[in-house]
Design a protein around this ligand. Structure first.
Ligand code: DC
Length: 224
């Protein structure tokens, strides 16, 4: 019998983590958890309620009284915030530009990690984010750290936006991605870093299929 494992996928914005994590979960019949969506959901709620995004105490209290659910569906993972579906809303430019500020608060992160641990406790899970290998699924059988050049990531985001009917400027995307990298990597609480035991994959010149194949091979080796 094959063993059910935990797979942690970390890396900077737009490195292709969610596409790959989703595909891996699908191929293995595992649960997929997009932890970025959880940080986005609380950011969305805070913006709606006009809460100061610098106020970590208030935001942590807000999270305590907030339910965030991630559910699989035929159109991918859908996100519920206090029972209201917010899958599209949490991808808005306003949320994208603000989420790194919210994700920097240490106590808020502690609560998020507890929720993520609960989701991952039974294994058979693929979780993606920034601190999964270092702070959440620290014993995961497979840890991957994915990255790609800023230019390549901006290009991918540009094409993704184009498909969704959103027109963006590639130069601006590059600046935004570089700024988010900087904020996510330089924050004090659980900064974006590769776990020592994570496998680094540079996806700059690889296709989705090539990365997926590589990860499936690594996963299968660990399922025996
Ligand atoms: O992966 P994403 O772009 O949806 O993530 C949104 C933000 O949330 C990103 O700026 C970093 C933050 N994040 C985090 O700090 N820790 C995680 N585990 C996941 C996301």
């Amino acid at each position: 019998m094959t063993k059910q494992i935990q797979i942690a996928i970390d890396g900077p914005a737009a490195a292709g983590k969610s596409t790959i994590a989703k595909k891996t979960a699908e191929l293995l019949g595992y649960t997929y958890v997009d932890t970025g969506a959880m940080y986005r959901a609380i950011t969305y709620k805070a913006i709606q309620l006009n809460i100061d995004l610098q106020d970590g105490e208030k935001l942590t209290k807000l999270l305590d009284e907030t339910s965030i659910e991630l559910k699989p569906s035929s159109r991918g993972q859908i996100v519920f915030l206090d029972s209201e579906e917010v899958t599209e809303e949490i991808r808005s430019e306003q949320v994208t530009a603000s989420v790194s500020i919210v994700a920097a608060h240490a106590n808020l992160r502690k609560e998020m990690v507890l929720r993520q641990l609960e989701m991952g406790k039974n294994g058979a899970i693929v979780m993606d984010g920034r601190d999964i290998g270092t702070h959440v699924l620290t014993n995961a059988e497979l840890k991957v750290f994915m990255s790609a050049s800023v230019e390549e990531r901006a290009k991918r985001r540009f094409l993704e936006n184009q498909k969704r009917g959103i027109s963006t400027n590639i130069e601006i995307l590059m600046k935004e991605i570089a700024l988010r990298d900087k904020m996510d990597s330089e924050r004090e609480a659980s900064p974006l870093i590769k776990a020592e035991d994570a496998i680094f994959i540079d996806t700059t010149s690889l296709t989705i299929e090539q990365v997926s194949e590589k990860i499936m091979q690594l996963a299968k080796e660990r399922m025996i």
